[in-house]
Design a binder for this molecule. Sequence first.
Ligand code: CTP
Length: 394
Amino acid sequence: MKNILLGITGSIAAYKAAYLVRLFVKNDYNVKVIMTESATEFISPLTLSTLSKNKVFVEFSENGEWHSHVELGLWADIFLIAPATANTISKMNNGIADNLLLTTYLSARCPVIIAPAMDLDMWQHASTQNNVKQLKDVDVDVISVSKGELASGLIGEGRMAEPEDILLYVEDKFTQNKTLLGKKILITAGPTHEKLDPVRFIGNRSTGKMGIALAEECLGRGAEVTIVLGPVSIPVPSKARIINVESAEQMANAVFDNMSEQNIFIMAAAVADYTPQSISDVKIKKSDDDLSLKLKRTIDIAKVLGRKKSQNQIMIGFALETDSELLNAKEKLAKKNFDMIVLNSLNDKGAGFGHDTNKVTIISSKDNKISNYELKSKKKVAKDILDELQVILS
Ligand code: CTP
C-alpha cells in the first residue's frame, strides 16, 4: 500500500480535502494529514483524522511529544499539498519553514505535488507565477488550476482541481517512470571503519549521500533495493532493506551473501583499501615513541564481484580521482569488469565527499561512450546515472 502525505493549507477549497482523503482511502492508499494553523479554520482536524483513520498533525509538538517532520517526509511516497495557497507556495519557493507543513516539505525526499487554489488575481500575479515556475524547476509537480466561479464571486482561473482529477494525477505519478519495476538492486554506500582498538578506527570522509540518493531514485523507479551501508549519519529511505556494516570485510560478506538474487549492483561505497593487521583488544596507550601501524589489504569487493557475477548481472562502479582521471577510470572499468563507471574528480569544486552536489563523467563499457555532466544536486546526478543504466538495460 502506498503512503500519501496530504498537506492542507488555509483556503476555502480546504473543504474538498475531506472528499480527497475519502477517495484516497477508498482506493487503498494510507493517508496522513498535515494542516497549517489557518487550514484548521476551514475544516476540522477531527473530520480528517476520522476519514484518514490517522492522527492529524498541525503543531511541531503536542503534549510534550515531538512530531518529526523528517519521519513524516520519509514515510510518504508522495507529498501532496492540496489546496496550496499563494502564501504557502511563496514560502515553499523561498525555503521558509515556519510551520510543520513547510519543514516537512523541505525535508521530504519523495515527489511533491501541489494543487493551488486562490483568487484569480492572486493566481495571475507575477509573484505567484514566478514562484510556481521556480517550484517546477526544482521538480515540484503543479496540478493546473481550473476556471470557474471563485469564492470571491469573481469568475476565472484559480479553482483547485477537482478531487477526482487529483486522484488520477497521483495515480499517474505512481505508475510513471517505473522503469526498474521487478529489478532487484544492491547498493553499497558510505564509508567503512576499520577498527584499531575498542575506541579508534581508520575511516574516510564519505557521507553516503550519493548512495542514498541513488537508492531513493531506484525506489522511485520501482526497484527493490538493498543498501549495504557503512557507518553514516544521514536518514535512509524506509522502503529500502538496510544491512548495516562497519568494516570492508563485513561489507564484502553482506554483498556476497546477497549477490545471487540481484539484477544490478551499484558500488557507491568508499571502501577502505587497507585495514590494521591486528586489532588490539584494549585501548592502545600512548608512549613517548612514534607509532607505526601495520596495515593489510582488504578484499576488493567490486573486483571479486566482477569475476563472480553472471553475464546478465549488471555492475556500476565509482571512481574518485585526483589526477589522470579519465585514464584511471577507464582502467578501473576494465579491471573490475564494471558495465559502467561514474567518475568524479576531487579537482572539481562541489564534487565528491560531503557536498550535496556532484559533477560526474559516466563511461559505459558497452560502447565506451563518455558523457560529461554539469555540477548538479546528487538527486539529479542519481537520475542521470539511472538514465544511463536504462540504455544498458535496453
Ligand atoms: N571498491 C570496492 N571494494 C574495495 C575498494 C573499492 O568495492 N575494497 C569499489 C568502490 O565502491 C568503487 C570502485 O571499487 O565503486 C573504485 O574504488 P576506488 O577505491 O576508487 O578504486 P581502487 O581500485 O581502490 O583504486 P585506487 O585506490 O588505486 O584509486
